[in-house]
Every structure is written in C-alpha cells, then in structure tokens.
Ligand binder design. Structure first.
Ligand SMILES: Cc1cc2nc3c(=O)[nH]c(=O)nc-3n(C[C@H](O)[C@H](O)[C@H](O)COP(=O)(O)OP(=O)(O)OC[C@H]3O[C@@H](n4cnc5c(N)ncnc54)[C@H](O)[C@@H]3O)c2cc1C
Length: 507
C-alpha cells in the first residue's frame, strides 16, 4: 500500500498548486491524475488571472489593494446574480491572490498586462504568455523537481476513512488494478467541475443542461461525488457558464504551440511591453481567436443562424442557445450580408472579444481562423463553400424558418456578397458548484463542521464563492490549491493502525 502525508486528487491548476504547497510545507505528497497527462480545464482556459498589488501592477505604477479588489468583486457579482456570495472565501481569494501571481511568476510563468476590465477600478487582469498550458508546464516541472510523486492514469474513486477521519483514497489504475493510497495528514480534492457529468447536470442544473457538450470531456465531478458520500454538500450547484462558441481549430495556432519555457516567454513579455499596439494585437489574435465566442450583437444586428442543411431553425435573438444543440451534429453557421460584414469590420462593432484584452473583427477571422470564415459572391456560392443545399440557404436568407412553431425573428438579409462564420456549437464551459468549505479549505460535513482530513480546492472546493468577471476562477484554483496543500500538510495526526479503513461510496 502506498502512503504519503498528503494525497492530492487532480492534476490541474488547483491540484498542482496544492501538491507544491504541501510539499514546500515539508509533507511528502502523492498527486493522482486520472488522465494520461496533467492539465485539466486549466490547460484549456484562456489563462487570465485577476489580482491586486502584483509585481506587474507595481511596474506600471498602479496602486491597488486586496481590499479594493474584494469590493470590486462584489460589483461583478451584483451585475450577474442576486444570490449571496461567500464573503469569507472572497476575502481568502482577494487577500492571497497577489502572492499567488508573484509565486507563479517566480516559478517561471510570464504575464502580459495587467489589463482593464470594468467594473474593476484598476487594471488587474494578468494574461499568461503564450497560453494556459504554461501554467501546467511550469507547475509540473517544479512539482517534480521538489519531489512530488505524480501518478497519471490513476483515477481516485472513493475516499477511505478511519472512523470519522479521511485516511486515503481508493485508486483505479489504467490496467484495472485497484489500490489504496493512504494519507497520513490529509486528502485534497482538486478534481475540477462536473460539466461533463450528465447525471449531475440533470440533477443540479436542468434536463437541457445534461445534454450540452462540455469543453472538457473529463470534468465529471468525481471530487464532489466522493465528498457527498461523506456528508458534504454542494453550494450553487445550478450555476454554470454555457454558450455558443466557435469550434476549436483542428490544429492549434502557431502561437499556442510555442514552448512555454522562460527563454522564450520572458523576451516575449518584455517585447510586448514596448511593442506597438498593432504588433501586440497581432500576437493576441493568434491565440484569442481560438477561444473567443461570437457576440450576441451580431444577432441583434440581423445575422441569422442556419444548420448544416442551410435551414434557419430558430429565433436567433432569443432561442439560439436552446436550439443549436438540436441541429444535425449540433452545429450551426452565422450567416450575414455585405452590409453587416462592413459593420463588423471596425470599432465599435466586433465579432468577439475578451474584454480589455482585444477585439476581433471579421477580418481577424479571415486572417487567423480561415477554417471558420466563409464567403460567397452569391447565395449559391456561399452554399457551395459550406456544402449546403442552395435552395434551403436561399430560403433562410429570404427570412423563411424551417422549424415548426418558430416565428421568423426578422426579415431577409440584404445584398451580397454573403458571409458565414462557423461552425458554432453550444458548449458548457464549466459548472460553479463546489462543496462547502471553510476558510482553511476543509470540507464541511453534515453538522457543518469540518470532515477531518478532507480538503477541497479549485472548482471542487468553490463553496459558494461567486467568481464573476475574468480571471477569478484561475485565481481561486491556484490560491485555494496552494493554501489547501499547506493546511493539509500542517495537520498533526497519529494514525491508528488497529482500525480497518472504511471505503466510502464510490464515485
Ligand atoms: C474555455 C475556458 C476558458 C477559461 N478561461 C479562464 C480564464 O481565462 N480565467 C479564469 O480565471 N478561468 C478561466 N476558465 C475557468 C478555469 O479554467 C477553471 O475554473 C479552472 O481551471 C479550474 O481548475 P481546477 O484545478 O479546479 O480544475 P481542472 O483544471 O479541471 O483540474 C482538475 C483535474 O482533476 C483531474 N481529475 C478529475 N477527477 C479525478 C479523479 N477521480 N482522479 C484523479 N484525477 C481526477 C482532472 O482530469 C483534471 O486534470 C476557463 C474555462 C474554460 C472552459
């Protein structure tokens, strides 16, 4: 039987931070990752992280405080939801995320920015260079260097208890072998969200959400389920982010394939500080157009949605999200005329944006996402380019809706040439339901007291914290992970070898 002081479940941002946090506090650590490689949703993210008082802010003369950040986070939450925040956890994040960003920097992560994002009163959004894989690259390298024992293709499937105390994890390996990894001090659940678990989405969100394709197909809520089996509960289980997005490129852009080692990212970050805005923009577009979503304003302005047969199927302004996933292969194309193409070619009408980072116009898609950009002098020409039935497309452009019971939202498109962007699909980015935790990231049980020996971080341990705005999810993942690892390592407990461990219900 394998044994460690601290066992971490999950090798994304929060898990790697937890493992390093625990190891640097003197614990020996085993990190279990169910996939063959580390990364999780963290490696699929844009990579922005919001913080105050960082070295980057100071270099630009920005005076900012965790207190101001704490206050501004509430402005974001109020903008999007009326439900209450978990103020103690928000305090933990705002107070500790400055150290997190500086810590990531010391490990080799380079940032561009910080950039503005109202209602933040100060520029706080730090964007990782060249992309979010850099977090995993540097954290994994450091974790291995300091002696974290990383085991991939090892799925934690149940928590092992000794009385009330969590003493380890039951693990299934790729070859089918099942073993127990004992934890002398604590287990940290850092296993991400449940956006890829239809049953949990059905139970906690809705029937419709259960069918939505996740960005990360391995986010199956294992940590939440293992903790539920011990009496934990999920807070804000219905909260999630879903929307229509462009499908990812078959091959990542050259910028996102750059090695994230410091010899390259350091000069890049210095160059970006002094480069002209047009060069900075070109650099950002290279990877942003791979992750951006179309603005709803396109539909407000008159663009239509057609399925792969060329049929219009929805009231684009009000039901697009609902209907796209019901189309053949779950895909659709955004179609518009010459007048709209002109409109969405310059400020203030952009196709998509990462607020404060950059704005992408039609020409950026033509340049950076040729796979998504389609143009025809005539409707027939566009239909040919898209492999669609020209008669269906002509009807759609003329304002006819093929689906029964759907009223045409607007009249026909105007004169050509005609354009299409797509395919688009409905995706669920992430769910926000994490188990309830206290400020020491201990998982709370039935009586609202901590379950001894059990910690949670990142999405698994979101605990009702509202993370609206950009860069707060990653901020929470790294910060809560780092702290959970340290707290777990600081537990002083004697192990009773007399008692047979009890395996809780399997995830
Ligand atoms: C497209 C996209 C863009 C985003 N951009 C941003 C952004 O710019 N800024 C921001 O703040 N947030 C962003 N987010 C959100 C952010 O990426 C996540 O909230 C964050 O990465 C969660 O980190 P985590 O460590 O909790 O989970 P993950 O990174 O998903 O890590 C969990 C790990 O646990 C492993 N695991 C799961 N179950 C088990 C098991 N049973 N046994 C062993 N291992 C297991 C998983 O395989 C995974 O590797 C974005 C999300 C998406 C989808």
């Amino acid at each position: 039987m394998m044994e460690a002081d601290v066992v971490v479940v999950g090798g994304g941002g929060s898990g790697l931070a937890a493992a390093i946090g625990a190891r640097e506090s003197g614990a020996n650590v085993v990190l279990l990752e169910k996939n063959p490689a580390l990364g999780g949703t963290t490696a699929r993210s844009i990579g922005s992280i919001s913080a105050s008082g960082t070295a980057q802010q100071k270099r630009r003369g920005i005076v900012d405080t965790p207190e101001a950040h704490f206050e501004d986070m509430a402005l974001f939450s109020k903008k999007y939801t009326s439900r209450p925040d978990n103020d103690p956890l928000r305090r933990v994040l705002a107070d500790n995320v400055p150290e997190t960003v500086n810590w990531l920097g010391a490990l080799g992560v380079e940032f561009f920015g910080p950039l503005e994002e109202p209602p933040h009163r100060k520029p706080r959004m730090h964007n990782v260079i060249p992309g979010s894989r850099a977090y995993i690259f540097h954290l994994e390298r450091h974790a291995r260097k300091i002696g974290v024992h990383i085991i991939t293709s090892a799925r934690a499937r149940a928590l092992v208890r000794d009385g009330e105390r969590v003493r380890g994890v039951e693990v299934a390996r790729a070859d089918g072998a099942v073993e127990t990894v004992r934890a002398r001090r604590g287990v940290v659940l850092a296993s991400g969200d449940y956006s890829a678990n239809p049953d949990m989405k059905r139970e906690l969100i809705s029937e419709a959400a259960a069918a939505i394709e996740p960005i990360n197909p391995t986010s199956t809520g294992d940590g939440q389920r293992m903790a539920l089996a011990l009496g934990a509960h999920i807070v804000n289980g219905d909260m999630h982010l879903a929307g229509i997005r462009f499908v990812p490129p078959a091959r990542p852009s050259w910028i996102s394939r750059l090695p994230p080692s410091r010899w390259l990212t350091r000069p890049a970050s210095i160059a970006l500080r002094i480069a002209s805005p047009s060069i900075v923009r070109r650099f950002l577009m290279g990877f942003l157009t791979t992750v951006l979503v179309p603005q709803h304003e396109l539909f407000e302005a008159g663009a239509i949605l057609v399925n792969k047969r060329g049929e219009r199927f929805t009231d684009e302004k009000n039901r697009a999200m609902h209907d796209v996933s019901r189309q053949p292969e779950g895909i659709a194309y955004i179609v518009f005329d010459a007048a709209l193409a002109r409109k969405f070619s310059c400020w203030p009408h952009y196709v998509s944006t990462a607020p404060g980072v950059a704005y992408a116009y039609l020409s950026d898609y033509q340049k950076f996402r040729r796979d998504l950009y389609h143009r025809g002098e005539t409707i027939d020409g566009l239909a040919f380019d898209l492999g669609m039935d020209a008669v269906h497309l002509a009807r759609a452009v003329a304002g006819e809706v093929a689906a029964e019971g759907v009223a045409p939202a607007r009249a026909s498109l105007g004169a050509g040439p005609y354009y299409a962007l797509g395919p688009v699909k409905l995706y669920i980015n992430f769910t926000d339901g994490g188990v309830a935790v206290n400020e020491r990231l201990q998982v709370l049980g039935r009586d609202s007291g901590p379950i001894p020996g059990l910690y949670a971080a990142g999405s698994a341990g979101q605990g009702g914290l509202l993370l609206k705005g950009h860069g707060h999810h990653l901020g929470w993942a790294f910060t809560s992970g780092r702290l959970a690892g340290r707290y777990a390592a600081s537990e002083q407990v004697a192990i009773s070898r007399a008692t047979e461990p009890d395996v809780a219900a399997q995830a």
